[in-house]
Design a protein around this ligand. Structure first.
Ligand SMILES: [Zn+2]
Length: 340
């Protein structure tokens, strides 16, 4: 965005210059006839010269004026839900080199920012507002779902954006703990797998989700789960497996609302060949996997019929808000608490 602002500034300066050159040639009729032509010519000439010079000047200006806040959007919430969008950004500041370290993945999750906004609008109809953190920088420049080094590949400006994104999530967690004691962190993504269903990541691999229920409910597997606090403390008396694939599991509620999801009661176990996403850095760091009272789910949205059109995003937003509300009311709170 800064790049466009700078270009706009340069063009404005260019337009001022020709008027200075025109002074002194305004007397004769002949000169007055020539004047419009000269004015246009000088404008054009100056424009060409300055645009040619603009590239280097821009790079210097951007180096001096990089502002991390331009790349992270944050909204304070009033309910115990955090919604983070690490891969939806499309801004590619020239000052940051493309990431190449440690097999960097650069594919963005298209329309996930739009999807998050549709979800926020749906919550707003109920007077509710999740905490929202959006990374607007393209993943080729900074990956907000990786550790700091892999995220920024050593670039100090990318590093600054990463730090801001993550500090906003950490601030949201503190705020939710203070106001509500417990809550739910949702890391919103978009996957490109062929099976058109929502993939919910609880930090459990497909072979772990395939284990017998008694093993999934054992301390060893609970310890690996991003919803382990909820599994040990819930209002419904539900077991870990109930929360993953029972009737009131988040995936089952989404499926009942018309959006197939895995794991869920209808689709409890992804196949090894599915390339299922079990959850990444953010889910591991901001869920009860790391301790505490806030659980986390990585929500990987399919594209077709969900995030591909505005109307599908709105339909999914409605289903998502209904499902998450039912999930919270079944297992966390009698009613979703609202506090500013
Ligand atoms: Zn992603």
């Amino acid at each position: 965005m800064e790049v466009f602002n700078l270009k706009y500034d340069k063009v404005e300066k260019l337009e001022l210059k020709p008027f200075k050159l025109e002074k002194g040639i305004q007397n004769s009729v002949k000169q007055r006839l020539i004047h419009p032509f000269l004015k246009s010519f000088y404008c054009f000439l100056t424009f060409i010269i300055l645009v040619g010079c603009a590239k280097n000047d821009e790079a210097i200006d951007i180096l001096n004026s990089f502002v991390a806040e331009d790349y992270v959007e944050f909204e304070m919430g009033n309910i115990p839900i955090i919604l983070s969008v690490p891969h939806g950004g499309d801004l590619k500041p020239v000052v940051i080199a493309n990431r190449t370290c440690n097999n960097a993945v650069s594919v963005m999750d298209e329309f996930t920012i739009e999807q998050a906004r549709a979800i926020m609008e749906e919550f707003a109809k109920r007077g509710q507002k999740p905490y929202l953190i959006i990374n607007k920088m393209h993943r080729s420049k900074m990956d907000a779902n990786r550790n700091r080094e892999d995220a920024s590949c050593g670039d100090k400006n990318a590093h600054a954006v990463w730090s801001l994104f993550h500090s906003q999530i950490q601030n949201s967690i503190v705020s939710i703990k203070t106001k509500f004691d417990k809550g739910l962190f949702i890391d919103l993504h978009g996957h490109g797998n062929p099976k058109q269903r929502v993939e919910l990541g609880y930090l459990l691999y497909e072979d772990e989700l395939a284990l017998p229920d008694e093993t999934l409910n054992s301390p060893a597997l609970l310890k690996a789960s991003s919803i382990q606090h909820l599994a040990k403390n819930n209002a419904s008396g539900s077991l870990h497996t109930d929360l993953l694939k029972g009737e009131k599991a988040f995936g089952s509620l989404l499926s009942q609302a018309g959006f197939l999801a895995v794991p869920s009661n209808k689709d409890p176990i992804p196949l090894v060949s599915d390339n299922y996403f079990s959850g990444g850095y953010n889910t591991a760091n901001y869920s009860s996997y790391k301790g505490g009272t806030i659980d986390g789910i990585q929500v990987e949205c399919n594209r077709t019929g969900l995030r591909d059109t505005k109307s599908n995003r709105q339909t999914f937003a409605m289903a998502f808000v209904n499902a998450v509300t039912t999930f919270l009311k079944a297992h966390y709170f009698d009613e979703v608490p609202v506090k500013n």
